[in-house]
Design a binder for this molecule. Sequence first.
Ligand SMILES: Nc1ncnc2c1ncn2[C@@H]1O[C@H](COP(=O)(O)OP(=O)(O)O)[C@@H](O)[C@H]1O
Ligand SMILES: [Mg+2]
Length: 241
Amino acid sequence: MSSEPIVEIKNLSKSFGKKKVLDNVTFNVYNNEMLIIIGFSGSGKSTLLRIISGLEDPDSGEVLLKTNHLGMVFQGAALFDSMTVFDNVAFPLLNQNKKILPEEIKSKVSEKLKLVGLAGMENLKPDELSGGMKKRVGLARAIINDPKIILYDEPTSGLDPVVSNIIVNYILKLQYELNASSVLVTHNLEVLHKVSSRIILLYDAKVAWEGTSEELFNSANPFAKQFREGAKEGPMVVIKE
Ligand SMILES: Nc1ncnc2c1ncn2[C@@H]1O[C@H](COP(=O)(O)OP(=O)(O)O)[C@@H](O)[C@H]1O
Ligand SMILES: [Mg+2]
């Protein structure tokens, strides 16, 4: 891992009404690393990704992005159901100011579909795809502009363990093939076992714990322990949304 940050997140705070969702959150994402963000539902993970990607503004603090090439995989596949796989994947290319030739769009879409194991599926509609395939279309769309950083919001939620595993393998492959960094939001313990990464645990709007996957599963830290055991007892109050 290179020690150069590709994103510096400094003192981010964000509230919705009276609810403080992020309180002075600071961390870096380094070149070529996969950083994992965990935390119970409602802990601000999606908000954090939306702020990093520029979809949402923080109340204070800043995000220093060292690249303009950012891809985002949204929670749920978030495909346009009435559009083909081709149009879904090409979508970000058609919504930028740069002019791009139809042949170039075709070749980019085909190349990205190949990378996620969906070669030749351009003309299918989302309702003709399995859950795992939909997620892979979401991955292809996120990488259409060859991002240097890819943000994944719970990319394996709702998938069975076998399909989850396939998606994680694609995520690792994309990181490698695109020479990119990734920020992965997940609470999937299987994923955390498989991917050896730096982890940040969000709780009560703050970074409550930071460590490696190995530490998450072995550490006596009460936050790490409660998260891995999914226990009600511990420093974190679990609120069912
Ligand atoms: N646009 C919004 N307006 C009002 N409240 C929001 C909005 N987005 C998120 N929230 C609230 O902020 C908190 C954190 O949400 P979110 O970032 O989606 O959490 P997570 O992804 O960790 O489950 C939740 O309580 C959620 O209801
Ligand atoms: Mg979320």
